[in-house]
Design a protein around this ligand. Structure first.
Ligand code: GTP
Ligand code: MG
Length: 553
């Protein structure tokens, strides 16, 4: 996500001698890293949104010539940026330097005629490149360089990690490999902007904003696109005092609760997306969920999309995680590695259920880092104390205020290496008394559990809610056992020392259950966990352990 933040970074100002000595994949020095301007979250979002509004998405025939395509598109205006990718065909994202470029495209594009079908004549910034008869745009030799928008398979990741010289380097490499690329972020904001154009047919002043892992700094290639329909620009306008004896207000249809209003807004927008949204397929309206949403696939980008409305608290959570991720590079490296480990070990799943979610895992990492001695990151209460008047934010009666200016946050001198932090993370949660204690990142302290849920993580902005309410006892126990097993494994000399077989973090990404697969599975399952991990160690030594060739998504 380095481009999203507007810089490339390579070293932590608080990294240990060992990790600082490690050569990073990227290229800037510690001094440069410290001097980089870290933009506030909303400023970055605004820049990306504005960039997306000047962009179009074009489906290109497979024999498109990049050079000729760019020449053709630049007839409409100067191009700031263009890249190609594949998703059910080849697509190009073209960002013009001015919005006029898009308007010029609209003027020249035509509505197609389908011989035996009819279509809704909805004009959008999703277009198709057509080859004219003279073959002006096409070449028999396609020359388009496509950029991958998906994460590499886990076995490839394990192979690349194994080549590194230290575990610290492995964690940083994993982050670099899995994080969203600049292009992927552009595409995410562009899809939001395309969705906004559809929703604008009902609400012209609306904005569709990405939140969650698309923007919080912890997004992995292939993660879903969480969006929310922001109508504050409409309803938030306070009435001007004109001094006149009369004023006018809009007549509105009333609903019993805000939730009902959100449901009906999402219902019509969902219908609109379904009927008129080019490339939007598989629309599901999940309006009775705690947070009502419309889910669909956006085929041209390949993104699984969740559109919500009235979800400002989730935006604040995203901002808070972004801020934590920006304070010290070890935060993102540890979150990415723990998330990846959890996915491989089956702690998290793509299917909704009683599993821990990535969001829950991130909260666990944040809490763990607050509990280091000295703390690696501050508590939310501390971030609130640093807030200025402009940071004030009250949502539904809850105080969601915290500092937005990253430069105001002064960290303590914690020099733990990533290798040490990863091991400590497993030990910390392998021994945590989940039965009695609740996790509170606002205070950076565990507290007595207010309710009987197996895992209790207080929602930092809605204290009455538990972020991990969905997690059942079995899944929590699985997480705890896997933390214990991984802590044990991480301390074995075979895992700690560099070798030709998966070692260090790469060894921890081999599924611990995989050892029990095949003929011996019944016997293995009956064995104590330590026997299973010894078996894994054995297979690592003989090079037979495979990270099951699955994907990291
Ligand atoms: P991935 O999509 O798994 O990469 O991570 P994500 O952080 O985007 O999680 P997800 O798509 O599940 O949810 C999107 C956002 O909604 C999160 O980042 C949170 O801000 C918010 N969110 C998700 N689950 C919860 C929850 O249980 N409670 C609260 N308060 N917010 C949640
Ligand atoms: Mg998400």
């Amino acid at each position: 996500l380095k481009h999203f933040f507007g810089f490339k970074y390579c070293s932590s100002k608080r990294a240990s001698t060992k990790s600082a000595a490690a050569k990073r994949e990227s290229s800037i020095t510690k001094d440069q890293y410290e001097n980089i301007e870290r933009k506030p979250f909303y400023k970055l979002l605004e820049e990306r949104k504005e960039q997306a509004e000047r962009s179009v998405l074009v489906s290109c025939p497979s024999n498109t010539s990049e050079k000729r395509f760019l020449k053709h598109m630049s007839r409409h205006g100067d191009i700031n940026n263009c890249f190609f990718y594949e998703s059910f065909g080849t697509y190009a994202v073209v960002e013009f330097s001015k919005r006029d470029g898009v308007l010029s495209v609209f003027e020249s594009a035509s509505i197609p005629n389908f011989p035996h079908e009819a279509a809704v004549p909805f004009k959008s910034r999703l277009l198709s490149l057509k080859t004219n008869n003279s073959g002006d745009l096409a070449s028999s030799q396609p020359s388009v360089k496509v950029l991958s928008q998906t994460a590499i398979p886990i076995d490839e990741l394990v192979r690349r990690l194994s080549k590194k010289d230290s575990i610290d380097q492995q964690l940083l490499l994993l982050t670099n490999i899995l994080q969203l690329t600049d292009e992927n972020i552009r595409l995410r904001f562009l899809v939001c902007s395309l969705l906004r154009d559809i929703a604008a047919s009902y609400f012209p002043e609306c904005v569709v904003r990405p939140f969650g892992s698309s923007v919080n700094g912890f997004g992995k290639l292939g993660c879903d696109l969480d969006m929310f329909l922001d109508l504050d620009g409409i309803s938030g306008i306070s009435q001007e005092k004109t001094g006149s004896s009369y004023s006018l207000e809009y007549q509105l249809k009333r609903t019993s609760t805000e939730r009902v209003a959100t449901q009906s807004i999402l219902s019509v927008i969902g219908e609109c997306v379904d009927q008129f949204g080019p490339g939007c397929v598989g629309i599901q309206k999940i309006l009775n969920a705690r947070c009502p949403l419309v889910r669909f696939s956006h085929q041209p980008s390949g993104f699984q999309c969740d559109l919500t409305a009235n979800n400002r608290v989730a935006m604040k959570s995203s901002e808070l995680l972004y801020l934590y991720g920006q304070l010290d590079e070890r935060v993102r490296a540890l979150v990415f590695s723990v998330r990846c480990w959890a996915r491989v070990q089956g702690v998290t799943s793509n299917i909704p259920g009683a599993w821990l979610t990535n969001f829950t895992l991130t909260m666990l990492v944040v809490f763990f880092l607050q509990k280091r001695s000295p703390p690696l990151i501050p508590t939310l209460d501390h971030l609130q104390a640093l807030a200025g008047p402009k940071d004030k934010s009250i949502i539904d009666g809850n105080d969601c205020t915290f500092v937005s200016d990253l430069t105001k946050v002064k960290l303590q001198e914690n020099s733990d290496s990533l290798e040490h932090l990863l091991l400590e993370f497993f030990e910390f949660y392998g021994n945590f008394d989940f039965s009695k204690l609740s996790i509170n990142i606002r205070k950076g302290k565990e507290q007595g559990k207010p309710e009987a849920a197996p895992l209790h993580i207080q929602n930092p902005f809605q204290p009455a809610l538990n972020v991990s309410k969905n997690v059942n006892g079995t899944q929590l126990q699985r997480f705890v056992s896997l933390c214990q097993e991984s802590a044990w494994l991480a301390q074995q000399p075979e895992v700690q020392s560099r070798s030709d077989t998966p070692w260090g973090l790469a060894a921890l990404l081999a599924p611990l259950d995989a050892v029990g697969k095949g003929k011996k599975s019944k016997r293995r399952r009956a064995e104590a966990p330590s026997a299973r991990i010894k078996g894994l160690l054995e297979s690592l030594r003989t090079g037979k352990a495979s990270a099951n060739g699955g994907s990291t998504s």
